[in-house]
Design a protein around this ligand. Structure first.
Ligand code: UD1
Length: 423
């Protein structure tokens, strides 16, 4: 298992390009199962989560062709199996979303209940309720969801009880092949949902309203092939912006959409960063200053993303003043806090572990650390960058799930970081 060794104290400076959005790209694979012809996805990031999804489709017998530029061509009509096994679904929650498309296209599917990051209970009740409303007969058997339908699914009016990104995407794509109209209410509004709707529409679907809380789908009988380019990864871009701000640095993110990072940009300006933006770039300059502490509450888009919470806590650790960070999306998403405290941070958890109070200190001290989730792991890399001495971040396979070439990108910005294989 690899680890990252970081000598802290460097200031990040330079230019880098945001990769394609992991969370968007991941959903295009299940979506491609709806089509009768090959679907080509470009700007796919080279990540472990993507490899897991490709393996999952491979286990269904689906042919996936990848070229050297990570253009991925998916041939759904080569499917041979309709059962997604536990050992692949458990490692990544997004893989659960193959259930609806297989069901809608082929009339039956079996998918293991999902796993994913260890961040609290993450049920799929909204997914299952949505599929049932579209006419699926659902049975639970030994950890597997077995779904069937006679003929086509039927359009329905569905109201989500919680704002769920994966649930909205799952039911939106499944409904494209249902008979008649589906109206989804209280939908999540993340940019990745718009990206998926664009991909589905390129395949001949009729989806409107993605990005608002009401999405309408006019079902069609079949979907055809298409090519679609994935949007930029706002979480990756946001992570590097926070890292640069925490080190007092200056970076220019290319191929990033500032409209998708409005709240983060506001928060980083509050922290003292000078930020300029263009259509597809963001430039941040801290002028070597220590950041000022920021406070925030995570909530569904367009509010502050839970996926950038851990990184902001890293910044608050060495900021001037005290920041209050409240997590409202996931329970148990503060594992990084204990590791940061071992590095000399002063963070306490309150409100039944829903709120972190971060009292800024001038310096962190390097230490061996590790985390069990993707964003927590990368936040420890940021902590390592701003710490004195050496930090060793263990279990970095979590980072490889969601950050493409993390150490190369950071090295290009001047970080002293290297990957070593664990003895
Ligand atoms: C997606 C993102 C993830 C991000 C999260 C929240 C992908 C691949 N992953 O995850 O990076 O952290 O959105 O922005 O896009 N819930 C239910 N019942 C359900 C579904 C969800 O109660 O059926 C709850 C969850 O437990 C959680 C909240 O709803 O508390 C939000 O989860 P959801 O938006 O579904 O997250 P994911 O789609 O899994």
């Amino acid at each position: 298992m690899d680890r990252l060794i970081i000598q802290g104290g460097t200031t990040l400076r330079g230019e880098l390009r945001a990769s394609g959005a992991k969370n968007s790209a991941l959903m295009m694979f299940p979506a491609a199962l709806l089509a009768d012809e090959p679907v080509t996805i470009s700007n796919v990031p080279h990540l472990r989560d993507i490899t897991t999804m490709i393996e999952l489709l491979g286990s269904l017998g689906v042919e996936v062709v990848i070229d050297e530029k990570m253009n991925v061509e998916i041939h759904a009509n080569t499917i041979k199996q309709f059962r997604a096994p536990y050992d692949l679904v458990k490692t990544m929650r997004a893989s659960f979303n193959v259930l609806g498309p297989m069901l809608a296209h082929y009339g039956h599917a079996e998918v293991s209940l999902p796993g994913g990051c260890a961040i609290g209970p993450r049920p799929v009740d909204q997914h299952l309720r949505g599929l049932a409303a579209l006419g699926a007969q659902i049975e639970m058997d030994d950890g597997y969801v077995k779904a069937r339908v006679q003929g086509r699914l039927k359009g329905a009016h569905i109201f989500f009880d919680v704002s769920t990104v994966g649930g909205t995407e799952h039911i939106m794509m499944t409904a494209t092949l249902a008979e008649g109209e589906t109206v989804l209410e209280n939908c999540a509004r993340e940019p990745e949902i718009i990206d998926l709707a664009d991909c589905l529409n390129a395949m001949g679907a009729q989806v409107s309203g993605a990005g608002t809380d009401t999405i309408t789908i006019q079902g069609v009988e079949s979907l055809h092939g298409a090519s679609h380019r994935v949007i930029a990864d706002r979480v990756e871009a946001g992570t590097y912006l926070i890292a640069a701000a925490a080190t007092g640095g200056r970076i220019r993110m290319r191929d990033a959409n500032p409209d998708h990072l409005e709240v983060l940009i506001t928060k980083l300006r509050e922290a003292g960063a000078e930020i300029e933006t263009g259509e597809n770039w963001i430039e941040l300059d801290m002028h070597g200053e220590r950041p000022k502490a920021v406070s925030l509450v995570t909530a569904p888009y367009p509010a502050f993303p839970t996926d950038l919470q851990a990184q902001i806590i890293a910044l608050d650790c060495i900021a001037e003043g005290t920041g209050t960070i409240k997590e409202t999306i996931f329970e148990n998403r503060f594992m990084h806090v204990h590791e940061m405290n071992r590095m000399g941070a002063r963070i306490r958890l309150e409100g039944n572990n829903t709120t972190a109070i971060v009292e800024g200190v001038r310096k962190l001290k390097g230490a061996p650390v590790m985390a069990n989730d993707l964003r927590a792991s990368v936040s420890l890399v940021i902590a390592g960058l701003i710490a004195e001495g050496t930090t060793v971040v263990d279990r970095i396979y979590h980072i490889d799930r969601g950050y493409e070439q993390v150490e190369e990108k950071l090295k290009n910005l001047g970080a002293n970081i290297q990957r070593v294989a664990e003895p």
